[in-house]
Design a protein around this ligand. Structure first.
Ligand code: ADP
Ligand code: MG
Length: 810
């Protein structure tokens, strides 16, 4: 449990150091006024004194208190980042999310007025950093790569690790690394007067301090903690009387009613993913097109029925909040267990809200420029309604939000490090998250949070806090990065939360298969080269065996495609959902037309999918390569729309192809002359075969063998009539947890392999990961474990890989 903060050990006179060097800043008037109201600004003196006297400081403050926007400016004003100051290096600020890095850089640039060009951002493929840059916002992944290049981070005078409470893997690793980098810089500074110590500031909304400050492996003495008094306005939480299973429908009902009854003020609705957001958005827009009452048909999509897409995952994790801050008046969150349906707001007349709605989506796969629209004021006379995933939970503060509607759910990637099975599940958020979400309503004045769940469910089913991401993800990439930084014994790394031993061991085993480390755990030359690429070790391995048969440009395109989010928009997002009908309702003409529309779309969708399998009909990998190749010939949004693929993702893949090509050229002498070929011709049949084998080289531990052809087919009673029912056995049957689990795994319906006949199903399949659907409450049947298939391979291809000859000479 959280302990009392240790008293700050400040020198009594430290006002001086702050004045030793300062940069004058003239801010726009309105900004200056607004920032004076932020709790963090009131604490500037205290924070800067602590920074001057300590190299590591922890700053904690409620979301919206001004940490992200103000602390970098405090540092800037006292000389950090100014070339002529004693601390000339840049101020680096990390964010777990790209959208936050971009929008916060913009905001801080605006706040600094004429110093605007001093604030820049760097995310994976985009950046505005130049010689002028004093404050650099970046994703935590970007800084992690920079540590790998220069362990002393000489470019920086200060690093701010923001949103530490989210416990993203990269942030956790950074905190571990930086605890050492700070020490290193202290040592270097003793030897060389031109080198200054590095300041590290860890910032968090609601940090579980024990994992950080009191972690002896991390900091021998707990760094000082500065807590900014939250001055959030009162937020009243209204629990629902009943918890509805169909929470999207319930959200529609409540938001519609709320819009009609509540006084002006923005709405922020928390849902779990893009699908739900798109549906609710459509319905709200239809319902309030001309400021009228909602009467549209209900949507049928949510809860256990909601399709869950891998690509639609946002960091589901928020931190740990153990303080009692939220109980009563002192804490500003008030609990109200009455039914909220009347939307009575104290001291205010209902029915005074604006008539029109301005509905905006906010999720991670949305193009950046669309994401930033939430910061613009809504059109006059309309109410801003933001439909968001977890993105809006802590990193972004959307102006004007007064009412929060919380589904209480989030979509999370679950990964079992022991069995390697991954699943995407909609589940209850933690109590800490629920409080964060509610708190979003209290920024500008008193606010209200309408929960779509009862207080009983909250008490009984919500965990106190979510698990750190490092416990929920494959970690071979982390292990390889650490080894590449000469950390031989990864288990000695000062993790804020250590991954389990099993996870570490299986990662090392995998890295051995991939020839990245030796059997004794030492990094190999191959492993060092692999660690240069911003790719998971499997994809890096594929890349580095991928040059035979003139395949390299295809391999680059393929690994770029495989490492990005899912390119394909799933069928259920393309085809409009059917409105449920009363049992005895008549089948109307309108229904018939709707059905026709759906059938047309479905036909077109299927044709497009089939065309993508033109080169090969048994391989997800080759289908993906085809899409990446076609896109390069017509890289437009309209092509993507008509082919049901994601523009944002494909653009990113194109950038990643370019980046990988550059890295190959600059790091591997044999590829010094490599040119980037944006437009690729179709690969030959030989190349397709070779590419499939390369994929297998990266997934050599993920081979599944068709089971119903063996002399003693296990557990197969009937001959499968569909490809998706053909049983396969994995080489390492690690997904089996219980004695009576089905030992077989099956092809996922999204794979091209699902559309061939069972007779044609290949003997060997290489899969990328196994996924088990969440068991359905209303079904007795155990859900099948499915392979997200990559490709078919032949026995001789596998045999040659096992012998260590990378590729067959076709
Ligand atoms: P914290 O990091 O503590 O959560 P921030 O520094 O992000 O807080 O935000 C402080 C305040 O600055 C917010 O409450 C909001 O009022 C204002 N703010 C932040 N970003 C923007 C923006 N893009 N547009 C307008 N106001 C903003
Ligand atoms: Mg912040």
């Amino acid at each position: 449990p959280e302990q009392d903060p240790l008293p700050l050990e400040l020198q009594p006179t430290t006002n001086v150091s702050r004045k030793a060097f300062s940069v004058a800043v003239t801010r726009p008037d309105d900004i200056q006024k607004a920032r004076l109201k932020l709790p963090v600004v009131a604490d500037e003196q205290k924070i800067m004194e602590a920074v001057h006297n300590n190299n590591i400081v922890v700053v904690k403050g409620e979301t919206g208190s001004g940490k992200t926007t103000q602390v970098p400016q405090f540092l800037f004003e006292s000389g950090y980042g100014s070339p002529d100051s004693p601390t000339p290096g840049m101020i680096g600020v990390t964010q777990p999310r790209r959208v936050a890095a971009v929008s916060m850089a913009k905001r801080v640039g605006d706040e600094l007025g004429d110093h605007g060009n001093k604030v820049a951002y760097q995310i994976r493929f985009e950046g505005t950093v130049g010689p002028q840059t004093a404050i650099k916002f970046m994703t935590d992944g970007v800084l992690l790569r920079e540590v790998a290049q220069d362990i002393a981070l000489r470019k920086y005078s200060a690093i701010i690790i923001d949103e530490a409470h989210e416990r993203s893997v990269n942030t956790d690793i950074l905190i571990g690394m930086l605890s050492r980098v700070v020490k290193l810089r202290e040592e270097l500074a003793l030897e060389d007067a031109s080198i200054k110590p590095l300041k590290l500031i860890i910032m968090s909304a609601t940090l579980d301090l024990a994992d950080f400050r009191e972690n002896k492996a991390l900091f021998s003495v707990p760094p000082p903690l500065l807590e900014s008094e939250g001055r959030q306005h009162k937020v009243i939480t209204h629990f629902a009387r009943k918890t509805h299973h169909d929470y999207v429908e319930e959200a529609f009902r409540k938001v519609s009613k709320g819009h009609r009854k509540l006084p002006p003020g923005g709405f922020l609705v928390f849902l779990t993913g893009q699908n739900e957001i798109t549906h609710l958005s459509k319905r709200l827009k239809e319902a309030f097109r001309s400021g009228h009452t909602a009467t549209g048909p209900p949507v049928r999509i949510s809860g256990k029925d909601a399709p869950i897409e891998a690509e639609d995952i946002d960091f589901g994790d928020t931190g740990n909040d153990n303080n009692d801050d939220y109980d009563d008046d002192e804490t500003h969150i008030h609990i109200n267990d009455d039914d909220d349906d009347d939307f009575r707001v104290e001291n205010e007349e209902p029915n005074t809200g604006p008539a029109k709605v301005h509905v905006l989506p906010l999720y991670s796969l949305l193009p950046t420029r669309e994401q930033l629209r939430v910061f613009e004021p809504p059109p006059d006379g309309s109410r801003l309604i933001v439909l968001a995933t977890n993105v809006a939970e802590t990193s972004l503060t959307i102006p004007g939000i007064r009412y929060v509607f919380d589904s209480g759910r989030s979509k999370e990637r679950k990964y079992d490090q022991a069995t390697g099975v991954q699943s995407f599940e909609v589940g209850w958020i933690s109590k800490a998250s629920a409080r964060q979400r509610a708190g979003r309503a209290g920024r500008t004045g008193e606010g209200h949070c309408y929960c779509l769940y009862s207080s009983a469910v909250y008490e009984r089913d919500f965990e106190d806090r979510a698990k750190p991401e490092i416990l929920r993800m494959p970690i071979e990439g982390v292990v390889l990065q650490l080894k590449a930084m000469n950390l031989q014994h990864v288990k000695n790394f000062p993790f804020p939360t250590s991954p389990d031993r099993e996870g570490l061991e299986s990662s090392e085993k995998l890295l051995t298969y991939l020839s990245a480390i030796s059997p004794t755990g030492q990094i190999t030359p191959m492993g060092s080269t692999m660690s240069i690429f911003p790719l998971s070790p499997r994809f890096a391995r594929i890349l580095l065996v991928g040059h035979l048969h003139d395949c390299l440009p295809y391999t680059i395109a393929l690994v770029a495609g495989l490492s990005a989010a899912d390119v394909f928009i799933p069928e259920n997002q393309v085809i409009p959902a059917v409105a449920p009908r009363e049992e005895d309702a008549l089948f109307t003409n309108a229904d018939r037309i709707e059905e026709d529309v759906r059938n047309n779309i479905r036909r077109k969708f299927n044709k497009v999918q089939k065309d993508f399998c033109f080169l090969d009909d048994k391989s997800d990998a080759i289908k993906l390569l085809q899409v990446v190749g076609e896109f390069a010939h017509d890289p437009t949004e309209s092509w993507c729309q008509s082919h049901y693929v994601r523009f944002k993702v494909l653009k990113e893949i194109l950038q990643l192809r370019r980046q990988i090509t550059d890295l190959l050229r600059t790091n591997i002498p044999a590829f010094a002359g490599l040119k980037f070929e944006e437009k690729l011709g179709a690969p030959s049949a030989t190349q397709v075969k070779a590419l499939k084998q390369m994929v297998a080289a990266g997934f050599i531990d993920h081979v599944a063998i068709r089971a119903d052809l063996s002399p003693n087919p296990p557990e197969v009673r009937r001959k499968p009539t569909r490809a998706i029912d053909v049983p396969y056995l994995t080489l390492f049957p690690s997904h089996v947890r219980n004695e009576d689990d089905d030992k077989a795994v099956y092809i996922h319906p999204s794979s091209p392999l699902a559309h061939i006949s069972p007779q044609e199903c290949p003997e060997y399949i290489v899969y990328s990961y196994l996924q088990r659907a969440a068991p359905r409450v209303d079904s007795e049947k155990r859900p099948k474990t499915r392979m997200h298939a990559l490709t078919d391979v032949t026995g001789s291809q596998l045999a040659s890989l096992a012998k260590g000859t990378p590729l067959i000479d076709y």
